[in-house]
Design a binder for this molecule. Sequence first.
Ligand SMILES: [Zn+2]
Ligand SMILES: [Zn+2]
Length: 338
Amino acid sequence: MASDAIVARYLKRGGVRIYRFRVETFPGHFNNIYLILDGLHSTLFDVGSGLPDSNAGLDTAMHEMQERFGESIRLEQVQHVVISHSHMDHFGHVGYFVRDTSAQIYVHELDARVLQNFEERIVLASKDLRVFMERSGLKPQARNTLEEMYRFSKSFFKSIRVDRILKDRDRIINGYVVHHVPGHCPGQICLQVDEVLLTADHVLSRITPHQSPASITPFCGLELYLASLEKIRQVPGVSLALPGHESDIAELAPRIDAITAHHARRLAQVLDICREPSALVEISKRLFGERSGYTRLLALEEAGAHVEYLFQRGELAIANLDQVASEANPVIFYEVRK
Ligand SMILES: [Zn+2]
Ligand SMILES: [Zn+2]
């Protein structure tokens, strides 16, 4: 059905049209933004990063939709803006809708704080990240670089007001169902519009959604993520899944199976690596190879989520417990429990 075109249209029962806009939100990084038109309501699901190119991409896609499909709606007329989760590539442009339009803004209760108290969140998250990086065994210089990068990447958003705080199973707008699926992000939701499930970053067609430890961000972590995958598998009557990146998912269940199997393999790999006492920085390197820049932090978080999962189950133990007991925040070495 939909290809790599900037705009794709999905026609659904009862005249519902769902448009997918493919927008470059960061250089080389593409998001799917969805516009749902059901005859009564116009709803945008995610808005892009807010960078000038991302905003221009959204404008271009709106124009293309108007020309190719004869829709007359303009961006400033959209009535509802639903944020799938509080990652910048998905919500960064929301300030425009708060300031310059009369759209209502919706976000899950566990991600509302990020949008409403953004500055506070960055300060605290940076501190938790520092502790995590120290324990992981990253050298001070690498830590400083990553921390600066983290703060900078988040420095161009200003807190906004939210109109509607979402909870699991809420029915919003025109009966669209909110499914809370924490793991990739605390307030991650999927939005169900009849038989279509907008999966955002919970289920993607090719890559496995990024994981980070709950020790940095509560309500993240592999434990909740895997439970949320099973939860979404049980949603009845879904005939098409539309993700926040990459292409559509015709069959959700096999994709969920593949993602689950991927994490099982990765957990086994971590156990294998930890037959020798290993710090997170080594585990990450063994899993993902040498990474640089921001992807180094992402790799470290991904590895950390798997280590945390095993540690909480008692499958990994701390190899240098005496040192951890006596020093402020030393590097932690993990080993398979003997
Ligand atoms: Zn995300
Ligand atoms: Zn994303």
